[in-house]
Design a protein around this ligand. Sequence first.
Ligand SMILES: NC(=O)c1ccc[n+]([C@@H]2O[C@H](COP(=O)([O-])OP(=O)(O)OC[C@H]3O[C@@H](n4cnc5c(N)ncnc54)[C@H](OP(=O)(O)O)[C@@H]3O)[C@@H](O)[C@H]2O)c1
Length: 157
Amino acid sequence: MITIIVAADQDLLIGKKGTKNGMPWSNSEDLKHFKKTTLNHTVLFGMNTFKAMGSRPLPKRKTIILTRSDFTSDEVEVRHQLEDVIQEYKDRGEDLFICGGANIYKQALPLADEILLSRIPGKHTGETYFPSFDDMGYTCVEKRPFETFTLEVYRRV
Ligand SMILES: NC(=O)c1ccc[n+]([C@@H]2O[C@H](COP(=O)([O-])OP(=O)(O)OC[C@H]3O[C@@H](n4cnc5c(N)ncnc54)[C@H](OP(=O)(O)O)[C@@H]3O)[C@@H](O)[C@H]2O)c1
């Protein structure tokens, strides 16, 4: 399963420059949900998000970074083609979590099976938005309330 995992506010805002981890809010419950969901799986990030996270891999997860540059690392797998990575995971029947940011989400939306969207209540400040996915064939199949956000699950039908 190819899963896009994202936290967004009511307007699909997802990022703010200059914050500790690039997020427009501080929500520990959502970070716990992200960790629990992705633990022991493969997570894929774009280079900007990787930098916003402090250029470190996430513990107990295989971390893939996408870049067009010649960046190399002993700590993460560096890849240059998103479609190739997604196809490899589809062929192997292995789970892959697409973890942003906006640029990567946009390219992955036509190729993924599922979106796990943590809907953070309210309107926040920032400059990076999750792309509109109204016409991409996704249907909301579940809304699971947490204490501080609602998890919206979308599947491609
Ligand atoms: N709220 C959330 O759940 C969430 C999750 C993730 C990120 N974010 C936020 O999103 C923002 C970052 O998003 P962004 O759109 O600026 O950047 P991004 O998607 O994280 O990274 C973009 C970079 O990825 C590389 N890349 C993109 N497409 C590629 C391809 N097809 N092949 C090879 N490399 C490719 C390029 O790196 P090079 O320039 O090195 O070539 C590109 O500059 C941050 O604010 C972050 O905090 C929020």
